[in-house]
Design a binder for this molecule. Sequence first.
Ligand code: MN
Length: 230
Amino acid sequence: MGFIFAPPPQAVLPIAGDPDSLFPIRRVFHIGHNYAAHNKELGAPDDPVIFLKPVDAVVAVPEGQLADIPYPPMSENFQHEIELVAALKSGGRNLTEEQAAACIYGYAVGIDFTRRDWHFKMRDKGQPWEKGKTCDSALPITAIRKAEDVGDLSNLQIWLDVNGVRKQEGSTGQMMHSVASLIAHLSMFWELKPGDVIFTGTPRGVGPVQVGDMLSGGIDRIGTLSARIV
Ligand code: MN
């Protein structure tokens, strides 16, 4: 028996400091509204919103490389959201926060690019967010830094510059829900598995990008991410 066409390639992320290993991605979960100051700018509820993006949107960005992100069709307001990404090496159901923390393999830096015009249109109609949140080849993620090399997550600076101008700036200390508590929450709805990755929300300062813009962002002790809108 054979496939009727070639199956899609397995999406993978590199691992910082370990060129011989790759992290295979299973699913990409996203948390909305996890920084109070960003909730204020979008007028959002206090509880975390959860959505998923298709794995084929992922663009792996090895250290020191520049990702080309295509400006998507059907949007006139395409925006950046810099985020801490957690990558799981194990999973389970109904995890305690302690069990959830033990599932984390490492952390990366990602940008949750969004068609904000469609995001708001869908949100305001009470419809699913995919037209706003899912864009082809527009989910850049850096190499994963192992959790033991990152250490304490309680106050890491997170930032994003567009054309050299600081747009987003915050600290993981401003998260309303810790990474472990978000993983525990997800595990009440889904059996988490090795390879699941989780975008954990964006700090304040989201805004639009244009073709030709150069983006550079990062998180202390995790890494930096550079992207160009094409
Ligand atoms: Mn986001």
